[in-house]
Every structure is written in structure tokens, then in C-alpha cells.
Design a protein around this ligand. Structure first.
Ligand SMILES: *[C@@H]1O[C@H](CO)[C@@H](O)[C@H](O)[C@H]1NC(C)=O
Ligand SMILES: *[C@@H]1O[C@H](CO)[C@@H](O)[C@H](O)[C@H]1NC(C)=O
Ligand SMILES: *[C@@H]1O[C@H](CO)[C@@H](O)[C@H](O)[C@H]1NC(C)=O
Ligand SMILES: *[C@@H]1O[C@H](CO)[C@@H](O)[C@H](O)[C@H]1NC(C)=O
Ligand SMILES: *[C@@H]1O[C@H](CO)[C@@H](O)[C@H](O)[C@H]1NC(C)=O
Ligand SMILES: *[C@@H]1O[C@H](CO)[C@@H](O)[C@H](O)[C@H]1NC(C)=O
Ligand SMILES: *[C@@H]1O[C@H](CO)[C@@H](O)[C@H](O)[C@H]1NC(C)=O
Ligand SMILES: *[C@@H]1O[C@H](CO)[C@@H](O)[C@H](O)[C@H]1NC(C)=O
Ligand SMILES: *[C@@H]1O[C@H](CO)[C@@H](O)[C@H](O)[C@H]1NC(C)=O
Ligand SMILES: *[C@@H]1O[C@H](CO)[C@@H](O)[C@H](O)[C@H]1NC(C)=O
Ligand SMILES: *[C@@H]1O[C@H](CO)[C@@H](O)[C@H](O)[C@H]1NC(C)=O
Length: 597
């Protein structure tokens, strides 16, 4: 018998009783008070004991035994397989794309009930795979993505039998005008769109205090490394699906941290390109200034194959007209091995990004990598800095409300942009009456039982929809404060921010150019590159004391993808820090998930 199970039962009964006694007299908010302060939902560790307190069954399997071994795929070991391997198998007649799809669907059936990374399966997936198999048999291979299954985040429009909802019931049934540009490119390059991934609802825009990885439609997506812990967001499912071998590669979006954060917590390479390298047309927006579509892979090369698949100029997103990169779109040519680290120069913005309370626990592990880099011949400059870091970066960690005044913050800009950008997105949809953030807010209140518009009514949305409310308050007004804010943010994040930190002056006056800034992937490291619209890439370096993956990242200037690929892949080759998930606490139904570890 496990006493805690009994006390959980008692706790639940007690909560229910107190709720029903106060009903009638209290307002909704008061009614939620006891619930709010205690809204964790636990699943008992010993499901048998829940029904039979006398059960002598072992509480659960060993912490260290993998409960979800991955099956072979038609005689091939698919677990952790790379795109090059899959192309080799398909070229050699060992596997077809249809068989790859079958094996990944089998893996999803085995695992998704627990990890919940896949939100929806494409009913056309076999038809697409068959067509690409026929093409291959006929002598045409479109490129490295031909026949490779992929998933996209549920905020990327697909003009097919699937929904595009950002995880919200509000958009269920809405009809999109066309594929998002990046989806169109993926189809053209022969990728097999297998489905859509779970995410933080509205890509985290709606709720400031919430359960990481939660959406009403998708439910709680979990971290496969330790299912009680946060997957990170908002591209939660995209990352966990790749991490647990439910798909080879996937795609996510970042406004501030939503590619780098969840990739780090999934032991993946996550590439967040310069804003404008990948079109945002057809992607449910947050901010035209900061949104960007990025890619995920278990290996550096796979993440870059995925990136290559989505780069391109698009008349529907004029930021793409400023693109700079290789003419032939070949980004894998920049991949390097650890030898490239000889003579490389990396700067550590120590005071702003390493000495944060949010990443103290991970720093010893990260510093071992710094030592490895030095041993491999890299020069490490400790103490290069963003001149205005005290004004724009919180010493505690991620925070986009930091600035000299509330109207000089990235958060203010995003709030104004969201109001306008979501209106434009909604204006192109059919079969919905929702036309702006006002409508979304009203919907979430009307259906608060599932969408949690009122704080405390849904465990995953603790603070309701305060993010939407802040955007509403601005009414999207692009007044002089807004334009001052734009100019300020560009200056302190670019010329007097990342670009300044990439130039280092020794005490003797000699100035050198650094190849990139080397930073922890977690905590507040994403704020400044997000504000600047500059690229960033994270590489896995192992797991922490609570089995959650840790990563190290590089930040560069605009359009420096080639440099980040060269040095990121070199670091990845040196460290080889990817770990497979062990599904610790695989039974967990905890909501909200634990973001403190
Ligand atoms: C949650 O509920 C249990 C049982 O009623 C109680 O013992 C515990 O203190 C509560 N926790 C919080 C944080 O309110
Ligand atoms: C558990 O064991 C006690 C003592 O033997 C017995 O009275 C009780 O009925 C049992 N409960 C169940 C659910 O089997
Ligand atoms: C195979 O190639 C031939 C000749 O190019 C073409 O006519 C035919 O449509 C192709 N079939 C498929 C299934 O791609
Ligand atoms: C929306 O409906 C209108 C009127 O029926 C039609 O002209 C338009 O093509 C539709 N657009 C989409 C995206 O389905
Ligand atoms: C995109 O269009 C806006 C508004 O017309 C303009 O301000 C901006 O400079 C353009 N961006 C690029 C990269 O051309
Ligand atoms: C990209 O460049 C690399 C290195 O030059 C080459 O091996 C590879 O085949 C190229 N990829 C494509 C799709 O042409
Ligand atoms: C680091 O941050 C702490 C506060 O969190 C501060 O006391 C300390 O002086 C900072 N500087 C360095 C170099 O560690
Ligand atoms: C970097 O410099 C700070 C002092 O500014 C120091 O506390 C820290 O340990 C140094 N880090 C490394 C990796 O040398
Ligand atoms: C601009 O609008 C914001 C609200 O979005 C408001 O707080 C601010 O005072 C306005 N600025 C001016 C100069 O009117
Ligand atoms: C300045 O110091 C750096 C680092 O110690 C050194 O590499 C460089 O040669 C020095 N420059 C001069 C002009 O002494
Ligand atoms: C799993 O995560 C929980 C936090 O919810 C943590 O307390 C525990 O130590 C972790 N388990 C392992 C084995 O790392």
C-alpha cells in the first residue's frame, strides 16, 4: 500500500467538496481560488494500487530501464537513423518511403499516448509516400528530403485534410487559403508530410503563466527524458517527436526562444535562422519583426537538410527579399568537423548571459565544453559584452518585458504586432467569424472550461489569457512610441548589441572579430537574438541531474548562417552530446509540468 495514493484521493475529494459547497455564492474567480493554488494533476505511480490498496505489485519499472524500445523497421535499425542512412536504404531498395511511414506510425502508436508530441496525422500520408516511391522507381530523386517523413508545428497552414489551429479550438474547422510557403517548399522537395505537432497554444502568446507544452486541442505534450518536466516551448511537440524517434526531422517557429528552448530540452540541434531567411506567410503570427521558421534534427546535418528545405524568397513575405546566402541554396556545404575549431574565436558574454540565476545549475557542465573547445584549439574570449545588457537582459533569465521603460521593450513591440498581424492572418480564413484578438479573447471566456480564458479554470492555463489581454490593451496602435521602440530595439540588439559583442578590444587596444558568441541555450540567451532577428543554433551536450537535456548555443550576426553551421557542426562533432530519452516517470500526468529543473 502506498500512503501517498490515499492522501491523493483524499486531497481530490476534499477539493471537489469545497468547490461544490461554495458554488452558488462565489464568483467564478473566487471559486477557482483553492483550485488555482493546487492545480497539479498527478497520476498515481502504481496504477494497480489506485484500484486495490492491497496490491503487492511493484510500484513501477526501474527508473533506468527504457520502457519503450524501438522496433526494427523491415530489418533495419531505424532508431536514431540519419537522413543519409534513410536515403541509402531507399536508393538500395531496402526500404520504401511507404515503409518508413509505416514504421514511424508504429512508433507514434507505441509512444504518443505518453509523450503526446503528435497532434494530428495526415490522412493522405500513404498516398504521398506512394507517389514519391513511384517517382524514385522511375528514376527521379528530388533531393535529400525525397520520401522523408516530416511533421510541422500546428501553427503552419496546410491546405489539405488537416486542421491549422495553433492548438486552439477557436480555429478548428477554419479554412486556410493555401499552404504556408515553407509547407509548399517541403512538398516540392519531396518531404512526406506525416502530420502536425503539439505546441504551446498560440505559440505561447496567449498565457504568461502556464504549463509548458500545453494547448487545449493538443493537451499536455511531455518531455520524453522525464515526463514530469517541461518540454519547453513553444515548439514542444516538434522537438519531442524528433527526440523520441517518432519522426526524423521537424519544423518549429520562434518569436523569442521557441526553437532554441525546446530543442535544448530534447537533446536536439535546433536552428533558428535570421528573420527573413524563411517565409512566415501562412504561419500563424506573433510579430512580423521577430517570427522565424526553424528546423530540428538529431544530428547537425539532419537539421541543416531540414533548413535547406524551407529557405526561399516569397513575394508574400517581403522580409525574404533581403535574404543573403548561397545562390544554390546548399547549406550542407558549410558543415565541418572538429578540426575547424583550430583558430576559431568565440566570445562569452559572461555578465549578461552566463551569470544568470536561471542557468546556475547547468554552468559547470557547460564550462566542461568550454575547456574541450580550448583543448581543440579555439580561442575563448571571456567578457565580451552587449553594451546595453543591463537595460535589456534580466539577470534572472528569459524576460521580454525588460527595458528602460515599458514602451521600450520587445514585449511591447510583440503585443502591438500581434494585434495587427493576427488580424491579417484571420482575414484570409474562411469558415470562421473570428477576426481579431478581441474575438479570440471572447471565445476563450465563453469556452473557458476547455480554453481556460478565465484564470484558474484550466490547469494548463494558470493565468488565463493575460498575453492576449496585454496585446488587446495596445489596440495595435502604431504611434510614435511604437516607432521609437522599433528604433531603440534595433539599436541595442544589433549595432550596439550582438554586433558590438562580436568585436572585442583587448586591454592593449587591439580589436579582433569573433566568429560567434558562445552561450548557454537556456535561460535568457534567446532574448537579444530574437529582438535583433539574428540567427542562433543550439547543440546538445548531455543531460542534467534531473535527466533533462542541456545545450550550448552560438549567436551570430544577420545572415551568418554559414558561419554558425561551420562552427556549430564542429562543436557538435567534438562534443557528440546527444542522448536518447529514457522516459523517466513515463506514467506522469502532471499538469502543470515542472519547469524548475
Ligand atoms: C494541495 O492540496 C493538499 C490536499 O488538500 C494540501 O495538503 C496541500 O497543502 C495543497 N497544496 C497547495 C500548494 O495548496
Ligand atoms: C485489503 O485488505 C484488508 C485486510 O485484509 C481487507 O479488509 C480489505 O477488504 C482489502 N481491500 C481490498 C480493496 O481488497
Ligand atoms: C515515369 O517517367 C515517365 C517518362 O518520363 C513519365 O511519363 C511517367 O509519368 C513517370 N511516372 C511516374 C509515376 O512518375
Ligand atoms: C472563401 O470563400 C469565398 C466565397 O465563397 C471564396 O471566394 C474563397 O475562394 C474562399 N477562400 C478560401 C481560402 O477557401
Ligand atoms: C517590407 O515592407 C515594409 C512596409 O512596406 C517596409 O517597411 C520594409 O522595409 C520592407 N522590408 C524589406 C526587407 O524589404
Ligand atoms: C551541397 O554541397 C556539398 C559539398 O559541396 C555536396 O557534397 C552536396 O552534394 C551538395 N548538395 C546538393 C543537393 O547539391
Ligand atoms: C553574478 O551575479 C551575481 C548575482 O546573481 C552577482 O552577485 C555577481 O557579482 C555577478 N558577477 C560575476 C562576475 O559573477
Ligand atoms: C569569466 O570571467 C568572470 C569574471 O568576470 C569569472 O567570474 C568567470 O569565472 C570567467 N569564466 C571563465 C569560463 O573563464
Ligand atoms: C502609444 O500607444 C501605447 C499603447 O499601445 C500607449 O501606452 C502610449 O502612451 C502611446 N504613445 C503615444 C505617444 O501616444
Ligand atoms: C594585444 O593583446 C593580444 C592578446 O594578448 C595579442 O594577441 C596582441 O598581439 C596584442 N597586440 C599588440 C599590438 O601588442
Ligand atoms: C524527474 O523530474 C522531477 C521533477 O518533476 C525530478 O524531481 C526528478 O528528480 C526527475 N527524475 C530523474 C530520475 O531525473
Amino acid at each position: 500500500m502506498r500512503p501517498f495514493v490515499l492522501s491523493t484521493v483524499a486531497g481530490l475529494l476534499c477539493t471537489v467538496t469545497s468547490l461544490s459547497t461554495v458554488q452558488g455564492t462565489a464568483s467564478l474567480l473566487e471559486l477557482d481560488a483553492p483550485y488555482l493554488s493546487n492545480n497539479s494533476l498527478y497520476f498515481p505511480q502504481n496504477a494497480g494500487a489506485w484500484q486495490n490498496p492491497n496490491s503487492t505489485a511493484p510500484a513501477r519499472i526501474s527508473e533506468h530501464e527504457n520502457p519503450f524500445p524501438m522496433a526494427e523497421c523491415y530489418g533495419v535499425a531505424l532508431e536514431e537513423a540519419t537522413i543519409d542512412q534513410m536515403q541509402g536504404w531507399m536508393a538500395g531498395g531496402k526500404l520504401t518511403s511507404r515503409q518508413l511511414v509505416q514504421c514511424y506510425l508504429g512508433r507514434i502508436l507505441q509512444l504518443n499516448e505518453y509523450v503526446n508530441a503528435i497532434q494530428e496525422i495526415n490522412p493522405d500520408v500513404f498516398m504521398i509516400a506512394d507517389q514519391l516511391d513511384a517517382e524514385r522507381a522511375n528514376g527521379t530523386v528530388r533531393g535529400p528530403l525525397h520520401g522523408i517523413p516530416v511533421v510541422v508545428k500546428d501553427n503552419m497552414a496546410t491546405k489539405d485534410k488537416m486542421e491549422t489551429t495553433a492548438g486552439s479550438y477557436a480555429l478548428l474547422g477554419s479554412i486556410v487559403p493555401r499552404d504556408a510557403h515553407i509547407v509548399k517548399l517541403l512538398r516540392e522537395k519531396g518531404a512526406v508530410l506525416l502530420g502536425k505537432a503539439t505546441l504551446d497554444e498560440w505559440a505561447s502568446m496567449r498565457t504568461n503563466s502556464k504549463s509548458s507544452g500545453y494547448s487545449a486541442r493538443g493537451g499536455q505534450s511531455r518531455n520524453a527524458y522525464n515526463l514530469s518536466t517541461a518540454p519547453g516551448g513553444s515548439s514542444s511537440g516538434s522537438c519531442q517527436a524528433v527526440a523520441s524517434n517518432m519522426i526524423p526531422i521537424s519544423f518549429g517557429t520562434e518569436t523569442d526562444g521557441s526553437v532554441i528552448g525546446p530543442a535544448r530540452r530534447a537533446s536536439l540541434v535546433g536552428f533558428k535562422p535570421t528573420v527573413g531567411l524563411t517565409s512566415r506567410a501562412g504561419v500563424i503570427p506573433e510579430s512580423v519583426h521577430q517570427d522565424t521558421v526553424g528546423s530540428f534534427g538529431r544530428t547537425f546535418k539532419d537539421a541543416i537538410y531540414a533548413l535547406e528545405g524551407i529557405v526561399g524568397v516569397d513575394p508574400r513575405d517581403n522580409y525574404t527579399s533581403a535574404q543573403q546566402g548561397p545562390k544554390d541554396g546548399n547549406y550542407t556545404q558549410f558543415l565541418a568537423t572538429k578540426d575547424a575549431l583550430k583558430g576559431a574565436k568565440f566570445g562569452l558574454p559572461w555578465l549578461s548571459l552566463w551569470n544568470q540565476t536561471g542557468n546556475k545549475a547547468d554552468v559547470p557542465q557547460l564550462l566542461k565544453v568550454v575547456d574541450q573547445l580550448k583543448a581543440a584549439g579555439a580561442t575563448i574570449i571571456n567578457g565580451t559584452e552587449f553594451p546595453h545588457y543591463k537595460d535589456v537582459i534580466s539577470p534572472r533569465g528569459w524576460d521580454w518585458t525588460v527595458g528602460p521603460s515599458p514602451l521600450l521593450t520587445a514585449g511591447y513591440r510583440v503585443n502591438v504586432d500581434f494585434y495587427n498581424n493576427i488580424r491579417d492572418y484571420l482575414s484570409e480564413l474562411n469558415n470562421t467569424n473570428l477576426r481579431g484578438v478581441e474575438d479570440l479573447i471572447a471565445y476563450n471566456i465563453e469556452y473557458t472550461g476547455i480554453e481556460g480564458g478565465i484564470p484558474g479554470t484550466v490547469a494548463g492555463f494558470r493565468s488565463g489569457q493575460d498575453g492576449f489581454m496585454e496585446s488587446l490593451e495596445t489596440k495595435g496602435e502604431m504611434n510614435s512610441s511604437y516607432y521609437e521602440c522599433l528604433a531603440y530595439l534595433d539599436r541595442v540588439s544589433r549595432t550596439e548589441g550582438i554586433d558590438a559583442a562580436l568585436s572585442y578590444t583587448y586591454p592593449n587596444g587591439t580589436e579582433i572579430k569573433l566568429d560567434a558568441l558562445l552561450v548557454p541555450s537556456g535561460s535568457g540567451s534567446t532574448n537579444l537574438p530574437a529582438t535583433a532577428g539574428y540567427p542562433m543554433v543550439t547543440m546538445p551536450i548531455g543531460v542534467n541531474a534531473h535527466s533533462v537535456p542541456v545545450g550550448i548555443a552560438l549567436i551570430g550576426t544577420a545572415w551568418s548562417e554559414a558561419t554558425l553551421i561551420r562552427y556549430g557542426s564542429a562543436i557538435d562533432d567534438l562534443v557528440q552530446g546527444r542522448k536518447k530519452p529514457q522516459f523517466i516517470e513515463w506514467w506522469s500526468k502532471l499538469v502543470p509540468v515542472d519547469y524548475s529543473v
